[in-house]
Design a protein around this ligand. Structure first.
Ligand code: PLP
Length: 360
């Protein structure tokens, strides 16, 4: 039997029950007018959570990495300069995707746990094609400081990875003058994995290149059709139809609760978790000013077997937490409070189970 788990790691998180129920609805066909209506409504809901009026706002097939590829591959041609903020695993992944696009990459680095700042990103190159940075670096729990970056970017397109930030912390794509923002469904949005919401500003759309180095994430056809008719099919391949049902439902939950309330709920749950972790004597990797609410990376105490603790949490308490990524695999734990789990109840369960496992 497949067990139930409370997913308190870096994502996926447990989706809203409404999203899980929507997964079980009878399938519609790709071109069914009722499915196209649902897709159009989902895009309108995505505009609300991204806080944008960009007409080109839709989910791509695939997860956050697919959305990252769609975001970069449609605007980066071989030889283009791409400034990438790298202070964790997802900055590294951005470099990998930009490399696939043939970019000339300028890395702006900060140690894991430290934030990147607007001035550093702006100073890296006088006229890049793209400046790419993660809003919330999930590998370290750091919020990057993007204040004023959109306004000062000049000719560059600003591409922001919002995989862990969308619905989990304040984000306003239009106010921040972000040209391309992308996300994933399985984190603070509260849906299962499988779709990658993306929004392109009109400025970004004007710069779509002729031969993107991708077939799957070449969104020109979808974009053209979608600009003509918001009910045009969103996918050139078979749509993830249950995923769309679930995303539509999760967005409905978020908007009914109110986006600001949802974000405040993440802030509150994150604060409770971080206070509890501190009481257990665990240190966060990120400094408090740059600490995300929705993802906390803590340093595994000396002498404690990181993997044994995760194993016991999973097997004895049915709670999942995440290990560190890459070089931090054995030295960090990552705790998430995302979407449906950004509440006092799951946080309390996690903290009491952890206290018991650690014997503290
Ligand atoms: C900041 C960030 N960017 C990109 C990704 C990649 O998303 P996915 O795993 O959905 O492909 C993740 C996943 O954790 C992430 O946290």
């Amino acid at each position: 039997m497949i067990p139930d788990r409370l997913l308190m790691g870096a994502g996926p998180s447990n989706p809203y029950p409404e999203a899980m129920a929507a997964l079980g609805r009878p399938l519609l066909g790709n071109l069914d007018p009722d499915f196209l209506d649902l897709c159009a409504e989902t895009c309108a809901r995505l505009q609300q959570v991204f806080r944008t009026t960009n007409p080109l706002t839709f989910p791509v097939g695939g997860t956050g990495s697919g959305a990252m590829e769609a975001a970069l591959a449609n605007v980066v041609a071989p030889g283009d300069v791409v400034v990438v903020g790298v202070n964790g695993a997802f900055g590294e992944r951005t470099c990998e995707v930009a490399t696939v696009c043939g970019a000339d990459i300028v890395r702006v680095e900060a140690p894991w746990g430290e934030p990147l700042h607007t001035e550093q990103l702006l100073a890296a190159h006088p006229h890049p094609t793209v400046i790419a940075v993660a809003h919330a670096e999930t590998s370290s729990g750091v919020a990057n400081d993007l204040d004023g970056l959109g306004a000062a970017k000049g000719d560059a397109l600003l591409v922001v990875d919002c995989v862990t930030s969308l619905c989990g912390m304040p984000l306003a794509v239009d106010d921040a003058e972000i040209d391309i923002a992308f996300s994933a469904t399985q984190k603070c949005l509260g849906a299962p994995p499988g779709l990658g919401p993306v929004t392109f500003s009109p400025r970004a759309y004007e710069r779509f290149i002729d031969q993107p180095r991708t077939w799957f994430h070449d969104v020109r056809h979808v974009a053209r059709a979608h600009l003509d008719d918001p009910r045009a099919p969103l996918f050139r391949q078979t749509a993830n139809i249950p995923g769309m049902f679930a995303l539509h439902a999760a967005l409905g939950v978020v908007l009914e609760e109110g986006l600001d309330h949802v974000i405040a709920r993440h802030a509150d749950a994150g604060r409770r978790l971080q206070e509890g972790l501190a009481k257990l004597g665990l240190d966060s990797l990120a400094r408090p000013e740059y600490q995300l609410a929705q993802l906390t990376a803590v340093v595994v105490p000396e002498g404690v077997d990181a993997h044994a603790v995760r194993h016991r949490l999973r097997e004895e308490f049915a709670i999942e937490i995440s290990p560190g990524l890459g070089p931090t695999r054995d030295t960090l734990w990552r705790f998430g409070v995302m979407g449906h789990n950004a509440r006092t109840g799951p946080v309390t369960l996690l903290l009491s189970a952890l206290a018991e496992v650690l014997g503290r």
